[in-house]
Design a protein around this ligand. Structure first.
Ligand SMILES: [Zn+2]
Ligand SMILES: [Zn+2]
Length: 398
């Protein structure tokens, strides 16, 4: 679990104080609490003020939309909480942190700077994967966490790790998260504090329910736990080529294929492990176009280079534990063997073309037919112009 960087020192909420003419202190922000949850709680405690006033006083502008996962104003927010502009606020309280491990450091730094300032467009440097498939459009919570909060604190709050679509379970309690009221179907709201009862029909959220059996429960819990480590910045930033090479190598050990070509075998493995509905919901169905889909294209640029959930799905699936993964990714020698990135002729270029060409190149070099031609056919068909490129490459190298 993330440790709070600095505890709140009971600083006065200057603007609100003068407007309200009363002396109030900011409540402490809780471990892993989201900004929208904190705003709702402050608003609740200072019921005379409007939400816009609270947001302006906490984030420096009433235009900051804390219900959006990637909002700005965090520099001012950390100053309000801790007396200084502190990027740790992102590690502890912002969903931007989901991008930390798998985004190119320069791009992540750009996003971080935007987030600490008051500009909009924090998401711009991070690549577009579809916000609604990464982050929930209405909040979720764990019934066990809420119950503990109410007992210990007399209030409950929303945690960051529960707001990621791919995290269906609480990483601490392994309970299925609640996203809507069982009785009336109402979703929860970014604009209301978390309580024990539904805001629409007042039925009890925390009444013990039996969880519906789920064949994919264990793998989805493991994924949720991995996601919570990403958010807590416990998954190190390593170069994409290094990471992809390791995942690629690992995939061949876990899901061997006779041809050595990553393809439908990985797709089948992921579908079995996580379930079709789940992967579709994340828009990461491994069978989706083009052809064999994203895990087969372990070398393709966009998806595996920066998509936080695509990376999490594979790492969580291929490694027994996060510790094992960390040991391997941080250990030396990962790239020394079996790594196409150390093939001088192809260094630095990893995309679908390279993957095709690597095999053709291999064949040309050893004067044999391309070894995995059958497997490659659907890929080649799916990429316009690729067939010609391969043909000319092969001719050149004969
Ligand atoms: Zn929990
Ligand atoms: Zn209800």
């Amino acid at each position: 679990m993330p440790i709070q960087g600095k505890s709140f020192d009971g600083r006065q909420l200057g603007g609100l104080v003068s407007r309200l003419g009363a002396s109030i202190s900011l409540p402490p922000i809780m471990i892993d609490e989201t900004t929208f949850s904190y705003v709702s709680r402050v608003l609740h405690l200072t019921s005379a003020a409007s939400r816009a006033v609270v947001i302006r006083d906490l984030f420096g502008s009433s235009g900051v939309k804390v219900e959006l996962p990637l909002h700005s104003g965090l520099g001012e927010f950390s100053r309000r909480l801790w007396g200084e502009k502190n990027p740790d606020v992102v590690t502890h309280h912002s969903l931007i942190a989901i991008f930390q491990a798998f985004t190119e450091p320069k791009k992540y730094k750009n996003a971080l700077e935007k987030a600490l300032g008051c500009e909009a467009g924090v998401h711009a440097p991070l690549g577009y994967f579809g916000k609604d498939v990464l982050f929930r459009t209405t909040p979720a919570f764990c019934p066990e966490c809420a119950q503990q909060d109410l007992k210990k604190l007399n209030f409950a709050y929303f945690r960051r790790q529960h707001q990621i679509v791919a995290a269906e379970y609480c990483s601490a309690h392994e309970k299925k998260l609640i996203t809507a009221c069982d009785a009336c179907g109402s979703s929860l709201s970014f604009f209301l504090p978390l309580g024990s009862r539904c805001h629409s029909c007042a039925s009890d959220f925390l009444m013990k329910k039996t969880e519906i059996a789920d064949a994919h429960r264990l793998s989805r819990i493991k994924l949720s736990q991995f996601i919570s480590l990403i958010l807590a910045a416990e998954i190190p930033q390593v170069s994409a080529s290094h990471r992809i090479a390791l995942i690629r190598k690992k995939s061949q050990g876990v899901v061997p294929s006779k041809s050595g070509c990553i393809g439908s075998n990985v797709a089948r493995f992921l579908l079995k492990l996580y379930g079709e509905d789940f992967l579709k919901k994340l828009r990461l169905d491994p069978r989706s176009t083009p052809s064999l889909g994203w895990p087969a294209l372990l070398l393709s640029g966009a998806t595996m280079q920066a998509h936080p959930i695509a990376n999490a799905l594979l790492i969580s699936a291929f490694w027994e534990s996060t510790t094992d993964y960390l040991e391997e990714i941080l250990g030396s020698g990962v790239c020394e063997t079996d790594c196409i990135f150390h093939d001088k002729k192809l260094i630095g270029a990893f995309n679908i073309d390279t993957e095709m060409l690597r095999k053709v190149y291999h064949a040309a070099l050893h004067n044999t037919k391309p070894p995995y031609h059958q497997n490659l056919k659907p890929w080649i068909r799916a990429y316009p112009g690729l067939q010609e490129r391969i043909r000319s490459f092969a001719t050149r190298n004969q």
